[in-house]
Design a protein around this ligand. Structure first.
Ligand code: BG6
Length: 515
């Protein structure tokens, strides 16, 4: 991906300030994404990145550290050749972000960098800090007018990482503080799932093709599964995860956005306002859960020690920085309904988990069977019409249907037609952060969560959190690491439905064995 890409409009020259620059996110995601945009020719001619944190780096030591780590991940020689010039745009400022007066120092540094590099006062603030700082930084920025835009002269934007709040109340409080100083159009609440190429393609798949849209409703769809699971445990994030859990970490944000995109109405126009209006309508149409619904329709689990195919895995409670008596869930499966005209009565099954057999994210659309089964007797095993949208890995789309097995009988077997991104030559999928950072530089907030959707999603999640916190009868099932989670999740499935095994999707081996 070295070719210079063209955009209708390039971002304006700007300064990006990364708060929490000494942290992991900066090294793992932000610097690589900015570098790849630079290699693709998508950064403006003049820009600079100012890392800010309490750690004592100078410009040089910060560059050296980040450059060494980035170099270790770059194999492409033409990209390697650009690393040094990219790093001339990186600077560092050590301040204590808890101190209001230190923002005066930041303002001076921004002014002097702007003058030296001939960059107007367009500032993009990125909060890559612990969430406890999200309420503080916007307020202190405003004390020095750093959030103030001047129409036609300069823009100011702020990107806020997840988790955006810990529950409904804290999310509303955070939003109030942020929106007290920034305007909604300046606030970019990042959800990296929306930056994934394959997630964006769901919109094109649904709204650029006439084939599926007529079927995309309660008349033809029996149920929908949305899965995002991982084989790893919590690794070194036990401290954060133990106070979060799978529901807050994955469902409140990433899976709710996937649900929104899968179930939304076509927007009248393809722009940030109308797109986000439609996502928000879906989230507001989610059927609220009563306490009984939570007990009946939500299953939570926590992984236990096991020997998996990849070796021994310790239990969640033995992970670093996790409370040994923790009741935090590492797995959630739930059945939800969208009470609107299109989806009335269609269950959406959502699941996420750590320490599962594999890492996979996918959406599976199960279509209704034919009204009358002509070939029931001849059917070798079960078959059904299923559309699998694989978000990662093996990114692609698969349509399954029944086929007559060649021969003198009418035996039917399930086969598939598939598209895989890796079949597109010369195309590698950009990282989610590349797309999202570029959009923010361009002032396009379509793929960022809007205030009303964040609220709607928390409103839906809140009753589940309440029941788990207060009802001792609400079970937390153990499941051995490396398995698909507690079998109780199967109780959510009724009318002959079942969970799809993602390991069996996107493989055409079944087709070959026919011939
Ligand atoms: C993050 C969660 O938002 O998403 C992590 O905090 C999770 O727990 C990650 O591992 C999954 O993202 P991806 O893109 O690797 O599927």
């Amino acid at each position: 991906m070295n070719k210079i890409e063209s955009l209708n409009n390039k971002p304006d020259p700007f300064i990006m300030v990364i708060f929490g620059a000494s942290g992991d996110l900066t090294t793992r995601k932000l610097i690589p994404a900015l570098f790849h945009l630079y290699c693709r020719g998508l950064m403006p001619e003049r820009f600079c990145i100012l890392g800010v944190s309490r750690t004592a780096f100078t410009d040089e030591t910060f560059r050296d550290k980040e450059q060494t780590l980035l170099e270790a991940t770059i194999v492409n020689s033409s990209q390697k050749a650009l690393i040094s010039s990219f790093f001339t745009n990186i600077f560092y400022l050590k301040i204590n972000t808890m101190e209001e007066s230190e923002y005066g120092v930041l303002k001076d540094r921004l002014r002097s960098l702007g003058q030296k590099l001939n960059i107007p006062a367009n500032y993009l603030f990125y909060l890559a800090t612990p969430p406890s700082m999200y309420e503080v930084i916007p307020q202190y920025l405003s004390k020095y007018d750093l959030q103030k835009e001047k129409t036609g002269e300069c823009w100011r934007r702020i990107i806020i990482e997840k988790p955006y709040g810990h529950d409904l109340e804290s999310a509303l409080r955070l939003d109030k503080i942020v929106l007290n100083v920034f305007k909604e159009h300046q606030v970019y609440r990042i959800d990296h799932f929306l930056g994934k190429e394959t997630v964006q393609n769901i919109l094109v798949f649904r709204f650029a093709n006439g084939i599926f849209e007529p079927l995309w409703n309660r008349n033809y769809i029996n149920y929908v599964e949305i899965t995002a699971v991982e084989d790893m445990g919590v690794l070194d994030r036990g401290g954060y995860y133990d106070s979060s859990g799978a529901l807050r970490d994955m469902i409140q944000n990433h899976l709710m956005q996937l649900l929104g995109i899968t179930a939304m109405e076509p927007p009248a126009q393809f722009n940030g306002t109308m797109f986000r209006d439609e996502v928000n309508k879906v989230l507001r149409s989610l059927r609220p859960m009563s306490d009984e619904d939570v007990l009946k329709d939500v299953v939570r689990g926590q992984y236990t020690e096991a020997v998996t195919l990849k070796g021994e895995m310790k239990s969640y409670r033995e992970e670093k920085s996790v409370n040994p008596d923790s009741r935090t869930e590492t797995f959630v499966a739930m059945k939800v309904f969208i009470d609107n005209w299109r989806w009335s009565g269609v269950p959406f099954y959502i699941r996420t988990g750590k320490a599962m057999p594999t890492k996979v994210s996918e959406i599976v659309i199960h279509f209704n069977a034919t009204p009358y089964q002509l070939f029931e007797k001849q059917c070798a095993g079960t078959y059904c019409n299923k559309l699998v949208i694989r978000i990662m890995p093996d990114e692609g789309i698969l349509l399954q249907f029944g086929l007559k097995i060649p021969g003198s009988t009418f035996e039917v077997k399930q086969v598939s037609m598939e598209f895989k991104y890796d079949k597109l030559s010369h195309t590698s999928l950009p990282e989610a952060y590349e797309r999202l950072l570029l959009d923010c530089m361009l002032g396009d907030n379509m793929l960022y969560s809007r205030t009303d959707s964040v609220e709607a999603s928390w409103r839906f999640i809140e009753p589940i959190l309440q029941v788990w916190q207060t009802d001792e009868k609400s079970p937390l099932y153990g499941y051995p690491a490396g398995t698909w989670g507690p079998p109780e999740q199967n109780d959510l499935m009724d009318h002959g439905r079942s969970w799809t095994d993602p390991c069996k999707n996107l493989t055409d081996s079944d087709n070959y064995c026919l011939l």
